[in-house]
Design a protein around this ligand. Structure first.
Ligand code: AKG
Ligand code: FE2
Length: 345
């Protein structure tokens, strides 16, 4: 039986939501036969017409499945190597202090902790509803954002191994491997974000967020420029603009994933350095290309095991649990009793 205190992934990680960058397409891949039947036609319409092009697609998908199967072991190895090799530049950014948070944010959190707090009252304080149920408000001080960005650049240049957050983003960094989870992200989620998400998203697990996956994304002229339209493996997402100087690169939001709009109908939301954008993980969104500079953002995918144990947001089925490390993908074995089907990968 599974360990009730641990977090798990859903088995669909090995088959679903595989991103083919060359054709900007998310697919499911269980076998060559299934894949050809489901996607060959659409791939052809996107310009994948030769056998060599299709072979390259298969090769990319197999590599991605291999990466996903090795995630736990690779991540444990990188974490150990970073601990051994890497000397932080600004060790204070690993431990959140109240002075690192914007006064407006602290005021909003303080309000939410009152027994009489309402969503309407909170919205008067944070003001910006940038798109339906998408809120932007100050989170950190500018100094904290500057020091965190410098720390990330220092890490990037150190030569220590870097874990990529997902297939869509090639220059991001997984933050748990650097030791950011306990002192910065868990602290931020539990003490400051949860009171806010409880009022804004009670219908999406906002009252019971019990784990997260945190990473930074980076966009630069000769690296990634934009991010394709997607939904997150999260119940609620916080996206904070850390800097540095950049032009364009707005977020755009559509509807919930059951009713995807075309990109043209989306609402754009600007990134303002030191401000966070809070949104439902299942609301479709993407990022437009930057046209100059470098953009770093802190992304916290917050999860509610209570919510996702009922249905995995990535495959829309009851999750089949797979053991992993740390917060994994936020599923727990509670409530599954003797019938829990844990698969050791
Ligand atoms: O680039 C951004 O600001 C969006 C990042 C994002 O949506 C994600 O990583 O899930
Ligand atoms: Fe996202």
């Amino acid at each position: 039986m599974c360990d009730a205190a641990a977090f798990y992934r859903c088995r669909c990680i090995f088959t679903d939501n595989i991103f083919i960058k060359d054709y900007n397409l998310h697919v499911r891949f269980t076998s060559e036969r299934q894949f050809r039947a489901e996607y060959q036609k659409v791939l052809r319409s996107l310009g994948c017409t030769t056998d060599a092009q299709l072979d390259a697609v298969f090769e990319g998908m197999r590599a991605e499945v291999h990466r996903r199967r090795s995630l736990s072991v690779d991540s444990a190895e990188r974490t150990a190597a970073i601990r051994e090799q890497y000397k932080p530049l600004h060790s204070h950014v690993y431990k959140l202090q109240e002075a690192d948070l914007a006064p407006e944010f602290l005021q909003a959190v303080k309000y939410c902790l009152n027994s009489y707090a309402t969503k309407e009252g909170l919205l008067k304080l944070i003001e910006t509803e940038a798109a339906p149920r998408v809120y932007r408000f100050p989170v950190f001080t500018k100094e904290f954002c500057r020091d965190l960005t410098e720390e990330l650049e220092h890490f990037e240049q150190s030569g220590a191994p870097r874990g990529k957050p997902n297939t869509m983003n090639n220059y991001g960094i997984l933050l748990d491997e650097l030791g950011f989870d306990e002192g910065l992200i868990s602290h931020l989620r539990e003490l400051y974000l949860s009171p806010i998400t409880s009022l804004l998203y009670p219908d999406c697990g906002g009252k019971q967020l019990d784990s997260h996956k945190a990473f930074v994304v980076k966009y630069a002229m000769h690296e990634d420029l934009d991010l394709t339209y997607h939904y997150d493996n999260a119940e609620v997402t916080l996206n904070v603009s850390l800097g540095k100087d950049f032009i364009d690169g707005n977020l755009y939001f559509g509807d919930m994933r059951q009713v995807p709009l075309s990109e043209a109908e989306c609402v754009e939301v600007e990134h303002h350095v030191s401000q966070g954008v809070l949104h439902r993980g299942q609301q479709m969104h993407g990022a437009l290309p930057i046209s100059a500079g470098v953009r770093w953002n802190l992304i916290v995918w917050m999860r509610s095991s209570q919510e996702r144990n009922k249905m995995c947001p990535m495959c829309s089925k009851k999750p089949t649990l797979v053991e992993s490390r740390g917060f994994a993908d936020g599923f727990t074995a509670s409530g599954q009793g003797q019938n829990a089907s844990c698969i050791l990968e």
